[in-house]
Design a protein around this ligand. Structure first.
Ligand SMILES: Cc1ncc(COP(=O)(O)O)c(C=O)c1O
Ligand SMILES: Nc1c(O)cccc1C(=O)C[C@H](N)C(=O)O
Length: 414
């Protein structure tokens, strides 16, 4: 029944043709695109071209000949289109963690006199760690206050330098209201720094329209650029033309210099977003980001969001039909609009169930303390994936197959 319904839904799916752009092992149902997206054929081909032809034959001339030197900016602008940022405000470089360091320092510089960052206690750890690192570096010029998600808005006061918020919670999938958070922050004179790791490529994001000050995000999840592909950083235009322009962030690397090839001993930051570049970009994986973005060229983020919501509704109805929702309750919001593109379920044996699923070709992941997490990537996941994965989950849970010893021992990466 569920399989028939799924096939019908796949037939009328306007994004169905997109799946053919990706390389997905035929015996795998991949529901972990919220951790590492799958490889597109375009990425595979571009990486081969960059290594064989560009690097292999054209060698160092490729910095000019193949536009390597401008890739952080050209790719940044392409990402900008997906997150509601006009050109010139996004650059693709470094990791989320490093980019956070840059924008945390920028925020403190802009907010002279204010020292407090407010964040959520359940934020992705690297976001909290980076603030703790700045705190260690700057002493009483920086402090971190963490609060429950429900208390975030009320905790933003005239003392707050910036709110540091991840739009979609990596454990629960809860999506916070950026419009309300930004309105309160700006009302109190605080800045807003957003982590879009679980938003970019999964749903519409409107940074310029919301008036967000800074944002960071990665490209290896829903943007499918590959393991360790460079992240991005958004800096609102008004800060790029502020008094601090050219020296907004403290990692004064040579490629953020106004004239890198003048090799001056004195740092003068480049104008605009280029000042957020530090050292030499990883051209092979940056090219992979560029190629990965091709899959988003002719599709709207609204259409992607629509399918994401429908995939999750179908997943929940299939789990309900199998009686699974009482055995492993959903810890994600039941209301789709306040959820990202993932569903998490609590079960004491979530880790072992996840391993048993992987052994049966359904790739999900486990997140401490006891969550089984499924990510939905509308460009390549199908309704048939959903029906088949829930059937396998049901078989594992009711048969007790997950209790096998082989599924108990924890790997380094979960
Ligand atoms: C919300 C969030 N922020 C940051 C990261 C990681 O950042 P980085 O690019 O520094 O590894 C992740 C996942 O790895 C994440 O889920
Ligand atoms: N970045 C990752 C990695 O290098 C290895 C394993 C997982 C990741 C992840 O992205 C985890 C992810 N941020 C999460 O939401 O759990």
């Amino acid at each position: 029944m569920a399989l028939e319904k799924a096939r019908g839904l796949d037939q009328s799916d306007p994004l169905a043709a997109k799946r053919a752009l990706f390389s997905i092992p035929h015996d795998t149902i991949y529901l972990d695109g919220n951790s590492l997206g799958v490889m597109s054929h375009a990425v595979n081909e571009r990486v081969a071209d960059v290594t064989r032809r560009q690097w292999g034959k054209d060698l160092i001339t490729s910095w000019n000949k193949h536009g390597w030197i401008d890739l952080p900016i050209t790719v940044g602008d392409r990402i900008g289109k997906l997150i509601g940022a006009a050109p010139g405000q996004v650059i693709c470089c470094d990791s989320i963690s490093i980019n956070l360091f840059k924008v945390l320092c920028a925020a403190l510089q802009i907010q002279s006199g204010r020292t407090q960052f407010v964040s959520t206690e359940d934020n992705f750890p690297t976001d909290l760690y980076m603030i703790q690192g700045v705190e260690r570096l700057l002493g009483d010029r920086c402090s971190l206050t963490t609060v429950a998600e429900d208390d975030l808005i009320a905790s933003i006061t005239e003392e707050t330098a910036a709110v540091v918020v991840t739009e979609v919670n990596f454990r629960t999938g809860r999506r916070l209201d950026l419009a309300k958070i930004t309105a309160q922050a700006h009302d109190k004179g605080a800045l807003v720094i957003v982590d879009l790791a679980h938003s970019a490529g999964a749903m519409p994001v409107t940074l310029d329209a919301l008036g967000i000050d800074f944002a960071v995000g990665c490209t290896y999840k829903y943007l499918n650029a590959g393991p360790g592909a460079p992240a991005f950083v958004y800096v609102a235009k008004k800060w790029l033309s502020s008094d601090f322009a050219g020296a907004l962030q403290p990692l004064f690397g040579w490629l953020g210099h106004a004239e890198p090839f003048a090799f001056s001993p004195q740092y003068t930051g480049a104008s605009g977003i280029r000042q957020f570049l530090v050292g030499t970009p990883p051209i092979i994986s940056l090219s992979a980001v560029d190629a990965a973005l091709d899959a988003f060229e002719d599709v709207s983020m609204e259409a992607i969001r629509e399918k994401s919501l429908q995939l999750m509704e179908f997943w929940l109805s299939c789990m309900g039909d199998h009686g699974l929702l009482t055995i492993m309750p959903c810890v994600s919001p039941t209301e789709g609009t306040i959820r990202g593109s993932q569903l998490s379920f609590a079960h004491d044996d979530a880790y072992a169930i996840c391993q048993a699923l992987i052994a049966r070709g359904v790739v999900a992941d486990f997140r401490a303390p006891n969550y089984l997490r499924f990510g939905f990537a509308p460009l390549y996941n199908t309704y048939e994936d959903v029906a088949r994965a829930v059937a396998r989950l049901s078989e594992i849970v009711y048969s007790g197959a997950y209790q096998d010893k082989a599924f108990q021992s924890r790997a380094a990466v979960t």
